[in-house]
Design a protein around this ligand. Sequence first.
Ligand code: TYD
Ligand code: MG
Length: 435
Amino acid sequence: MKLSTSFVCQECGYESPKFLGKCPECGEWNSLREIKIESKALKISGRKESASVKKLSEIKLEEKQRLLTGFSEMDGVLGGGIVKGSVILLAGDPGIGKSTLLLQVSLNLAKKSKILYISGEESEGQIKLRAKRITKETNQADFFLVSETNTDSISSIVQQLEPALIIVDSIQTMESENLSGLSGSVGQVRYAASQFIKIAKNLNIPIIIVGHVTKEGMVAGPMVLSHMVDTVLFLEGEKFTSTRILRSLKNRFGPVDEVGIFAMEEKGLAEVRNPEQYFLGKKDENSPGSVLVATLEGSRPFLVEIQALVVFSKLPMPRRVTSGIDYKRLELLLAVLQKHCRLPLDTMDVFVNVAGGLKLADRAADLGICLAIFSSFKNIPLPKTVGIAEVGLLGELRTVPFLEKRVKEAKKLGFKNIFSSSEKSLLNVLNFISK
Ligand code: TYD
Ligand code: MG
């Protein structure tokens, strides 16, 4: 058996044929580790056609066959279901619900097709228990579970079973004896992934690979796989709120701007078809400090409530506390309100919160945030008010993408006071509403 070696940076996954003291990709010192790969290539039966040259006109477009997951929210994100033979990375924070989502998908699909769920994290018993929590009927005959972490033995299991879909939970627990290095190390993660990709392509079986990724660790860890797989999905949300958003960061077979919205409930994840019911707090119309913004997730507009609380500060450096919006953005908006609208906010503590635990990076929320702050500061309620505009440093209102779509959504839900960039400046809007 021949052994080949290569050196892989344990920080970023950079691979080099020779040893280097410093990684040229991420600049870390002493991060390259030697990995030995037995060149006993993974043997998988399957035809390997030699490449032939074709004319463009001769190539037939075949509609890729897709498996439907049983969640229209997830199918939408994938561009119409799971493409046969594709490899999907499902990334997200630990505990966010990746295993739950995939278990539900497996339970849905096992009614019709053979599913293989490979778990390196939980025992078969634990998974059964979770399945019982999600659904009453857990005797799906075609749902196969295996608690295994050795990638080398997995390929033979797959060949015997020939499932319609394989779930690998998670890539960090998989390891091969061909490689020195602990499971979860960049080398093992990459190697395991490359084996699964071979299986998927040669046997035309789709594989969903789970990867735990924290926001801080976007570069290291399983995100080094992004360029190897066909699709990267990200499941996100705050642990202590129930909203979960599934988005695609990369998709060879579909759009990348679609999102699926779910809620984590007692019996697993439930699809949320009308996001408004989650993001509009059930509020008293007449309490000051609440204004709506119309945001887009993917190509989908929906309304979200912004709440602000402005109180006198006893501190030399008044507090600015945000949840769901960028802290720096709030500071900027406060400075604009102070300078161009003459609100003395430098003596005030300001708290801003997005209802429903959603994260807003959308600039179109600027106006709504300013209006909520103004409303709390002046103690005037702004019922049925929606702000849709970006606020510039000069206090001007800028137009945002898909304005008509957002306005239409707000009107559809019965909101009458809609302010947008046609008002020209923030001051104009504030003057208008204080009349
Ligand atoms: P899990 O799917 O294990 O997360 P991941 O695989 O991404 O690490 O999610 C576990 C969390 O979900 C846990 O905190 C409990 C919660 N949960 C529910 O709220 N309802 C349910 O029906 C299930 C199965 C889990
Ligand atoms: Mg899990």
